[in-house]
Design a protein around this ligand. Structure first.
Ligand SMILES: C[S@@+](CC[C@H](N)C(=O)[O-])C[C@H]1O[C@@H](n2cnc3c(N)ncnc32)[C@H](O)[C@@H]1O
Length: 202
C-alpha cells in the first residue's frame, strides 16, 4: 500500500485522487505483464494507461469492452494515435455488456480487470452501468481472475444509480471469503459524494 501511495503523481493526487490511486495499483500489479481487461472502455483513457503499463511485455494482451460502439471507436482511435502498431495488435475491443465478460476469447486467466462505472463523460447519460449487470460481471470477474490477480472498481455515488451501485458492490465485496480475498474501499471523507475505489485482490 505504501509503495502504491508513493507512486501517485502529486498533481493527479490533487485533481482526481481516486484515478491516481487506481493507476498506482495497476502499475504495481502489472509489473510482470499478463492479461488485463478494461470492462468499461468509455473514451479510452483507462485503456490507454493499461496499454502503456502492459504492452511493453511481449506476451501481454489487453481486452476492452463497452456496450457502445462509439466508445470503442474513440478508444481505438486514441490507442492507435499513441501506442506502437505492434502493441495495438495485442489489443482487442468488443462491443459487449460486461455482464457477459465470460464470453471474451481469453487464452488464459486475466491478472487485472478494471471497471470505471457510470456513463460516458460528454455522452448519453442514460447509458450508464446498472447494478444487476455490474454485480453479475463482478462475480464472473472474480471467478475468471488468475491467482494474485485483482479487480479495480471506480464508483460514482454522486448520481442515483451510482449510489445504488456502490452500496451493492460494498455488500457483495463484504461476503467474499477473507481467506482468499483482500479488499480495500478507498473513499475521500471530506468530499461529499466523491468517487470511491474498490481494490479487490486475491
Ligand atoms: C465512466 S465511463 C468509462 C470511462 C472510461 N474508462 C475512460 O477512461 O474514458 C463508463 C462506460 O461504461 C459503459 N457501459 C455502460 N454499461 C455497460 C455495460 N453493461 N457493459 C459494458 N460497458 C458499459 C458506458 O457505455 C461508458 O462508456
Amino acid at each position: 500500500m505504501l509503495s502504491v501511495l508513493k507512486s501517485m503523481n502529486r498533481m493527479e493526487k490533487r485533481h482526481s485522487p481516486h484515478l491516481s490511486l487506481a493507476h498506482a495499483y495497476w502499475k504495481e500489479l502489472l509489473c510482470a505483464g499478463g492479461i488485463a481487461i478494461d470492462a468499461t472502455c468509455g473514451n479510452g483513457h483507462d485503456t490507454m494507461i493499461l496499454a502503456e503499463l502492459l504492452l511493453t511485455y511481449p506476451e501481454s494482451l489487453l481486452f476492452g469492452l463497452d456496450v457502445q460502439q462509439s466508445a470503442l471507436n474513440k478508444t481505438s482511435a486514441l490507442l492507435q494515435s499513441a501506442i506502437p502498431a505492434s502493441h495495438f495488435a495485442r489489443v482487442s475491443l468488443h462491443q459487449l455488456c460486461h455482464g457477459n465478460i465470460d464470453r471474451l476469447p481469453l487464452p488464459a486467466s486475466p491478472r487485472l480487470i478494471v471497471y470505471n462505472l457510470g456513463y460516458l463523460p460528454g455522452g448519453d447519460k442514460t447509458i450508464t452501468t446498472q447494478t444487476p449487470t455490474t454485480l453479475q460481471s463482478l462475480q464472473k470477474a472474480a471467478d475468471l481472475l488468475a491467482p494474485h490477480g485483482a479487480i479495480s472498481v471506480t464508483c460514482y455515488p454522486g448520481h442515483l444509480e451510482g449510489e445504488k451501485e456502490e452500496s451493492a458492490i460494498l455488500n457483495w465485496a463484504r461476503q467474499l471469503p477473507h481467506a482468499k480475498w483482500q479488499i480495500c474501499h478507498h473513499r475521500w471523507v471530506n468530499r461529499q459524494a466523491s468517487p470511491s475505489l474498490f481494490w479487490i485482490y486475491c
